[in-house]
Design a protein around this ligand. Sequence first.
Ligand code: ATP
Ligand code: ZN
Length: 285
Amino acid sequence: MEKLRIAIQKSGRLSEDSLALIKECGIKITNGMRTLKSDALNFPLEFLFLRDDDIPGYVEDGVADVGIVGENVWYETGREVDVAKPLGFSKCRLSLAVPKHVEYTGIEDLQGANIATSYPKILGDYLSKRGVEAQLHVISGSVEIAPSIGLADAICDIVSSGSTLFMNGLKEVETIFSSQAVMIRNRQLSQAKQEILERLLFRINAVQKGQKNKYILLNAPQKSLEEIIRILPGMRSPTVLPLAEEGWNSVHSVIQEDEFWEVIDQLKAAGAEGILVVPIEKMIL
Ligand code: ATP
Ligand code: ZN
């Protein structure tokens, strides 16, 4: 039977969350990540564990059918692959930073500067769009020390908290790219592989929707039942069950995490009591 081959980072910031997502999709892996290749036990999926930088190339060549990488790596490698789905984890940004004491007024200040980076394509595209010409020094790691050793006037690197920059006497001056993990895919998948990919994406959607929504249960007095139902969005319409106590109902529905507090306040004001909010594992609409 045909299998879909997925490339995942062997170890690093993407690997744990990638595997957690696979697990949430109910897919079990035979022998973990100690080997280069593993099979899924209960899904037509085969895993390749690789360095993240190599994944777009393998997906383009068809050695792997799909892969999980940061958008930064996808863009930087410039490989002919498509993004099948943003995955919402490993969020980070690529920023320009200069020594703390340097007065920075705008991107034109970097005209003619030496900039150290591991992302020459993303940075090059960004600068040329703004008419800035600079010399890019491509280094693969410890980019943040380049200014202190006299190699560069500025750097462009991945930032999460900014503490690495601070420790190296740098300040962040521009964000040039925002990134999250994405599922990339080969452009010529067979019909059979395409179908497996769709099954996988269906499960990922269900997991993601579950994470974005909460199940809510509450007790509503009969007199405010209509108002409470109006406040609750729900998937179709809320479930209403009578309580043993006369004049009261139990109302069940689904609400989005980001509108949660606002809705709770409205529900309380409308007379709802005993509000329970529970996580949803998966959601299929
Ligand atoms: P490899 O050994 O596979 O080449 P690496 O050292 O290049 O690994 P990691 O540091 O594991 O890469 O980062 C992998 C990806 O995770 C990055 O390309 C980026 O998309 C994302 N990432 C990097 N730093 C952070 C961070 N601080 N927070 C969240 N995501 C990050
Ligand atoms: Zn890497």
